[in-house]
Design a protein around this ligand. Structure first.
Ligand SMILES: Cc1cc2nc3c(=O)[nH]c(=O)nc-3n(C[C@H](O)[C@H](O)[C@H](O)COP(=O)(O)O)c2cc1C
Length: 246
């Protein structure tokens, strides 16, 4: 196996950081890795807001389920789908089609993952923060985001405090990757994975993400989390920002 594969195979989210800052060189290297990510038709429809100001960081933390690592991480970057740049270049194009929403959010996800992988390759750790969406309208105001820009996910980056948590088990390949045709859910394999997750959570590190603190198995997690993940105001918000109207 090469170093890249090894790195990818040992990913785990890190939620505890020392207070050591990143060097400018580390920050630049992470940014360049993210910025070189594939981008649909070279549209480059992503912007990153780096939350450097401590007061603003605290505010963003309060708006994002009060997750303490947002404040503690050396860096906190918010990845935004950004059609505003393209809109200024081509103002006559109607950007309200849902396809632009798909393109820009997909691009942002790819870019964010490359940033995290780049950070991990330097011995740093991080965790994504989807919690930035729970008060998305207020966050949009706080960050001064214009029409055609929406915050999608935050990324905490820093030096891990102590040992990184152990690998969180994933579904087996046979449940996730199919040859040629989609396959129905295999209940037996699901039960095996559920048991594996139960064992994992029994030994899990103290700092659990807010979503899974009471989880017993993966099935429980899905039942518990899916409904809580609903944000009924989201469509109206997206439309207000000029996204996904048709
Ligand atoms: C889009 C996205 C949003 C996430 N949001 C949060 C979050 O708000 N808080 C948190 O603690 N973890 C968050 N996570 C991290 C996941 O909980 C984590 O990746 C998952 O449980 C798998 O664990 P692992 O990354 O350690 O393997 C998020 C991950 C993704 C991809």
């Amino acid at each position: 196996m090469n170093n890249t594969i090894e790195l990818l195979h040992k990913h785990t989210s890190v939620r505890s950081f020392t207070n050591q800052p990143l060097t400018e060189e580390q920050r630049d290297a992470i940014f360049k890795a993210a910025n070189q990510t594939s981008t649909s038709s070279l549209l480059q429809v992503v912007s990153i807001i780096r939350i450097a100001d401590p007061d603003l960081r605290k505010k963003v933390m309060h708006l994002s389920f009060n997750q303490p690592y947002i404040e503690e991480a050396a860096e906190f970057w918010i990845f935004c789908a950004d059609l505003n740049r393209n809109h200024q270049i081509a103002p006559k194009v109607d950007l309200e089609y849902i396809e632009y929403f798909l393109i820009s959010t997909f691009d942002a996800g790819l870019m964010a993952q490359n940033a995290l992988t780049a950070a991990e390759s330097m011995g740093l750790g991080g965790v994504f923060i989807g919690g930035v969406q729970v008060n998305i309208a207020e966050l949009t105001e706080v960050l001064n985001l214009p029409k055609y820009v929406i915050p999608l996910v935050g990324l905490c980056i820093g030096h891990p405090a102590g040992e990184k948590p152990g690998l969180k088990p994933r579904l087996p390949q046979s449940m996730v990757m199919f040859d040629n045709q989609y396959q129905p859910l295999d209940e037996e394999k699901l039960a095996t994975y559920d048991q594996q997750m139960r064992e994992y959570y029994q030994n899990r590190p103290v700092r659990a993400p807010f979503t899974v603190q009471k989880v017993k198995g993966w099935t429980d997690h899905i039942e518990d989390h899916l409904e809580r993940a609903q944000l009924p105001f989201m469509l109206e918000y997206l439309n207000k920002q000029g996204f996904a109207k048709k």
